[in-house]
Design a protein around this ligand. Structure first.
Ligand SMILES: [Zn+2]
Length: 292
């Protein structure tokens, strides 16, 4: 939680939003429910995917060239499920080798100037102990790209008017200070994640779906006994325009958030134990049958 204990809830629905992410499916994981909510309220959702996703399989024998094509199809399908009516742009950097170079910064600034988003969403590049280099690089590129798009003397070769987004929301952050209430949109996020790996992970479809169904609700803070009562996506608002409306919450309320998250995790663990028992029972029954 933010040190000054002030947090923000719900931006006004932007007219245009743009997620700048490292890989196909990153946006669905990190802000999928927020996108579904905004799309339902008429926001044009755009995706800018920096790498080709060629490392996105656990199958060591996979044809990675075919995988690149498959992941593009999946990313578009996932965007459709969220209700996106905007662009899905692929920069095509090699998965695992994305770098925050000046050339890439210009590309990102170019697309910000073309798509003219009010809100940009990206990976928090300052998150400590972040392992994946692409997420780090994509985070820096989102921040640097906004500066390049915003100031008129950057990149005259674009031959485009400069554009200043009003808000930058960083996801995967250690210190969230902005929450989007996405109650009612978690299922759409689960569906989008399902389609974002339906082809490339076909051999893992059932366990993947189970995993996603368990992980996603656990990502959210939940109130009360009903697990669908109150869901939020969490961000750090980088506040590039200093015009945010701040909602002050008392420390006790912040502690309540934590309690809700803990409670939800406990519920999820309980649910997982039940699933596990059922899976073990089904898997074990042929063995028991053979022995008998
Ligand atoms: Zn990723």
């Amino acid at each position: 939680m933010s040190h000054d204990h002030s947090v923000q809830l719900n931006l006004p629905t932007p007219a245009r939003a743009l997620a700048i992410v490292a890989h196909p499916d990153d946006a669905e994981f990190q802000c999928g429910a927020t996108f579904a909510k905004w799309a339902a309220q008429g926001c044009v959702i755009n995706h800018l995917v920096c790498t080709d996703g060629a490392k996105g399989t656990w199958d060591p024998h996979a044809d990675t060239r075919a995988l690149v094509a498959t992941r593009k199809v999946e990313q578009r399908a996932a965007a459709d499920v969220l209700g996106s009516t905007g662009e899905v742009v692929f920069l095509g950097a090699v998965d695992g080798e994305l770098e925050a170079t000046l050339a890439r910064r210009s590309e990102i600034a170019y697309w910000i100037r073309v798509l003219r988003p009010d809100v940009v969403l990206g990976h928090d590049p300052w998150r400590r102990w972040r392992l994946h280099p692409d997420h780090r690089a994509a985070g820096f590129l989102a921040c640097d790209g906004i500066v390049g798009a915003r100031d008129p003397h950057f990149y005259p070769e674009h031959r485009l008017p400069h554009h200043r987004p009003s808000t930058l929301l960083l996801f995967e952050t250690e210190e969230p200070d902005h929450f989007e209430d996405v109650t009612g949109y978690a299922d759409q996020k689960i569906d989008a994640l399902f389609w974002s790996s339906a082809l490339s992970m076909a051999y893992l479809l059932v366990p993947m779906f189970l995993l996603i169904s368990l992980i996603i609700p656990a990502q959210y803070s939940v109130t009360g006994s009903s697990p669908k009562h109150f869901f939020t996506d969490a961000f750090f608002n980088a506040d590039i325009k200093k015009d945010k409306r701040i909602l002050h919450l008392y420390a006790s309320e912040i502690i309540n958030y934590q309690v809700r998250i803990d409670k939800n995790l406990a519920q999820t663990q309980k649910r997982w134990k039940r699933y596990k028992k059922a899976i073990l029972f089904i898997a074990g029954s042929p063995v028991a049958f053979a022995i008998a």
